[in-house]
Design a protein around this ligand. Structure first.
Ligand code: CAA
Length: 281
């Protein structure tokens, strides 16, 4: 595979694009919103410039990586790619409508992967007539740093598709693990309820944000505490995952924390809006 399409130029889409480009893939990065697209490409440029400053890559490698990225706002231009990784909004209807369009645009041998963090791969696949070629490729934030990719096999995903996305993940320098199609898969089923519980502790005044985070950094050796991590992931993303776990697993223990709902309603989404559990202004 040489030519990959990435749909969605947000934090995850731009991170995935950055890694693909640095590893030598041609990438068509799509976003319907021109401003979001430019912001995503700007983020990649900044990260690569930082890597040059740290002498992790040369200026020439950075320039070549940037040349391999083409930003597009018209989905039809994805007709020439060999695989698409979708990293659009975490909403089942948005994803289904996107996959329906992608299967009309992309030749029938093209694999359609989704970076969904908790939604059902099988359900997304049913929007297409190539369910054997629909698969989950779940990356972690920050994508250039985190090694894991969860490979999620839907009901009808073929072994050949799984094999191909595992090889692609390895060629991106990542470590793929295969998991079943279950709400939140493995990592988010464990991680997001922990973040939710930290939000409840904060809400109940058991401890302040710094104390909760220091507790998990120093007491459980986590690189950052759960509330700082929530701000990094995005409180809207954390809430969407909790809602999926709650609805699909039908268990009260996954009830989203009220403070998470309040903050999202107020537009306090974490680092990306400069305000979450902490202020980044
Ligand atoms: N992009 C690229 N590189 C980044 C980065 C970014 N956004 N943020 C940090 N880095 C790099 C830094 O450049 C630095 O690299 P070097 O060591 O080579 O210089 C390295 O990461 C460490 O960064 P810092 O020293 O600035 O800060 P840190 O030591 O606190 O590390 C961190 C930052 C890597 C984010 C670390 O705190 C960490 O690992 N946190 C946990 C992250 C995590 O759990 N992610 C999973 C979230 S869940 C998810 O993503 C799934 C989902 O569906 C919601």
């Amino acid at each position: 595979m040489e030519r990959i399409g990435v749909v969605g130029a947000g934090t995850m889409g731009s991170g995935i694009t950055q890694v693909l480009a640095i590893k030598g893939f041609q990438v068509l990065l799509h976003d319907i919103d021109q401003e979001a697209l430019l912001k995503g490409i700007g983020r990649i440029k900044k990260q690569l410039e930082r890597s040059v400053e740290k002498e992790k890559i040369s200026a020439d490698e950075k320039d070549k990586a940037l040349e391999r990225i083409k930003g597009i706002t018209v989905l039809d231009e994805l007709d020439s790619v060999q695989l698409v990784i979708e990293a659009a909004a975490e909403d089942m209807e948005v994803k289904k409508s996107l996959f329906k369009k992608l299967q009309e645009i992309c030749p029938e041998d093209v694999i359609l992967a989704t970076n969904t963090s908790s939604l059902s791969i099988s359900q997304i696949a049913r929007a297409t007539d190539r369910q054997d070629k629909v698969v989950g490729m779940h990356f972690f934030n920050p994508v250039p740093v985190m090694k894991l990719v969860e490979i999620i096999k839907g009901e009808k995903t073929s072994r050949d598709t799984v094999k191909k996305v595992k090889v692609l993940s390895e060629n991106m320098g990542k470590r793929p693990v295969e998991v079943k199609d279950s709400p939140g898969f493995v990592v988010n089923r464990l991680l997001i309820p922990m973040i939710n519980e930290a939000a409840i502790l904060y809400e109940q005044g058991v401890a302040g944000a710094e104390a909760i985070d220091k507790g998990m950094e120093l007491g459980a050796n986590h690189p950052i505490g759960p509330l700082a991590l929530a701000d990094l992931i995005g409180l809207d993303v954390c809430l969407a995952i909790m809602e999926t776990l709650h609805q699909d697993l039908k268990d009260h223990k996954y009830r989203p924390a009220a403070i998470l709902k309040d903050k999202v309603a107020k537009g306090e989404l974490g680092r990306k809006s400069q305000q979450g559990f902490y202020n980044y202004g």
